[in-house]
Ligand binder design. Structure first.
Ligand code: TXE
Length: 478
């Protein structure tokens, strides 16, 4: 039995199973035992969301605003406590975790306002005496399935727009980070939403997640996670005609041209590749550097990487927290071996580090002398590992940047307006950064990628309406 239960139809509900939430900075630290749902809880949550859907969609936007505004305000007021919990369970540093919590609060505030601004159109008909009105309506029951790397921001950017546009929600967080999900749900539970409008079920993706994908009462699935699971979401949803939105990996290029401010470029690479332990879908994992400054860049970056302070996520001065768990740690190490076997030179890092507490500490790793065709440059590693690729000029750099199955974020460091403009135009990525790290985005602007990185409409900002609403065209005669 667990103190942290599921939230279904306005009640806190226990279940037979529970799972321990372990701190990756200190594996002796158990954050809590979190209930694990089975089929009965998953189906009860779906039934509650389906039952509540009609009244919620018709309930008016003032209530939606009030609930979302309450949630955003409380998250912001409790940012330090929630940031600590997030850092403790996921392993990003306390400042990064607190920043993520603030962002989640801002997202709820933003979508509170959006509930009052649901767009529509009126247009003249080609038939005299007829009016044409285009309105946006809720989709129905939305399942939000989220990954471990942003335990509160990603749930926020799915749940907030779903509710703002009048949908009901079943939220299934990642197995590794139920703590932030539960804390967020506890706030949502007190926000004044009618019973059943929001439901939390914690548990295994293969079991609970799959039930959400397959149930005909779930009208839409918003998913962030791995490419493999994304393919399962797509297959299940398209098979039964449900709407889906997938946010998956990245292999994001950061191009550094010879005319760049070198200190700024190194800082961009350091932040983009290694902050949040490299566990970001927008991480700069491919550093494409113009040959004439290649050696200078590698030398400067190497000394910055070696100086990074890796440690307990809650310790003052830590710059890089631990890897999230043993599985991800092993995966990172496998890719280091693959890189070496492919002929890449490991310039620094990759070793396991001992700290005062038992945790998954890895020295940030940098490869040089790599080719873009290598697996370390084609497959998402999702850890503190980056590779430098030399490029003769902007033409070659753009070609390499685009030569990837992914297309989430792409960056360039240059002082040339012309080169920046060309990169913006020719980059096959959903987000382009000029003189900024590939990671780090605003909460009110659309987020998403091209190719294997994303499917479906963009998340965040007012573009979220594309996924969370359906368009109705009404013709009214005299
Ligand atoms: O992802 P999963 P995991 C990548 C990254 C990482 C790898 C594995 O490379 O090493 O994925 O991470 C739920 N039906 N990214 O195992 O399995 C699952 O419970 C329905 C990149 O955490 O995709 C969780 O809630 N749901 C990514 C969510 O899907 C299912 C961020 C994501 O888990 C399911 C995270 C199923 N059959 C991981 N199976 C990024 N780029 O942002 C699992 N889930």
């Amino acid at each position: 039995m667990s103190a942290f239960n599921h939230y279904i139809d306005g009640e806190w509900v226990s279940s037979a199973g529970a799972a321990r939430n372990i701190n990756p900075s200190d594996t002796d630290d158990v954050i809590g035992e979190y209930a694990q749902a089975g089929r009965a809880e998953a189906e009860a949550a779906i039934a509650a969301a389906a039952q509540a859907s009609g009244a919620w969609r018709a309930g008016g936007v003032q209530r939606r605003f009030d609930c979302l505004d309450f949630i955003g305000s409380e998250i912001l007021a409790r940012k330090d406590e929630l940031g600590r919990l997030l850092a403790r369970e996921e392993g990003k540093t306390l400042p990064e975790a607190t920043g993520e919590v603030v962002r989640a609060g801002q997202i709820f505030k933003f979508f509170a306002g959006e509930a009052l601004r649901i767009p529509g159109d009126a247009t003249a008909s080609v038939r005299p005496g007829v009016d044409v009105e285009v309105t946006r309506e809720p989709v129905g029951v939305v399942a939000a399935i989220t990954p471990w790397n942003f335990p509160i921001a990603i749930p926020a950017w799915k749940i907030a727009p779903a509710l703002a546009y009048g949908n009901t929600v079943v939220f299934k967080p990642a197995e590794l980070v139920p703590g932030s999900a539960w804390a967020l749900s506890e706030i949502i539970a007190r926000s004044g939403l009618p019973a059943g409008v929001f439901n939390l079920v914690m548990g295994e993706g293969r079991e609970v997640g799959q039930i959400l994908l397959d149930d005909p009462r779930v009208d839409a699935v918003s998913f962030t996670g791995s490419v493999g699971t994304g393919a399962r979401v797509a297959a299940a949803c398209s098979g039964r005609g449900a709407r889906f939105q997938l946010e998956m990996g990245g292999k994001n290029p950061l191009v550094v041209l010879a005319d760049a401010d070198m200190d700024a470029a190194v800082a961009c690479a350091l932040n983009g590749a290694f902050f949040s332990t490299g566990q970001r879908c927008t991480a700069s994992s491919r550093l494409i550097v113009e040959t004439s400054v290649h050696d200078q860049f590698v030398e400067a970056l190497t000394s910055r990487v070696k100086a990074l302070r890796v440690g307990h996520a809650l310790a003052e001065g830590t710059e890089i927290g631990p890897v999230v768990d043993q599985g991800q740690f092993d995966k990172n190490r496998r890719y280091l071996d693959i890189g070496k076997e492919e002929g890449a030179a490991l310039v620094c890092g990759g070793e396991r580090l001992e700290r005062d507490t038992p945790g998954f500490y890895m020295a940030p790793a940098l490869f040089a002398g790599t080719g873009n065709h290598m697996r370390i440059n084609q497959e998402e590693i999702f850890g503190p590992v980056a590779a430098v690729i030399a490029a003769a000029d902007l033409d070659e750099a753009v070609a390499i940047a685009n030569d990837t199955p992914f297309g989430l974020s792409a960056g360039i460091c240059t002082t040339s307006l012309k080169s920046a403009a060309r990169f913006k135009r020719e980059s096959r990525a959903g987000m382009v950064m000029v003189n900024l790290p590939t990671a780090g985005v605003d909460y009110h602007a659309p987020f998403g990628g091209t190719k294997a990185s994303s499917q479906g409409p963009r998340e965040q900002g007012r573009y979220a309406a594309e996924f969370y609403t359906t368009v109705k065209t009404a013709y009214v005669g005299a």
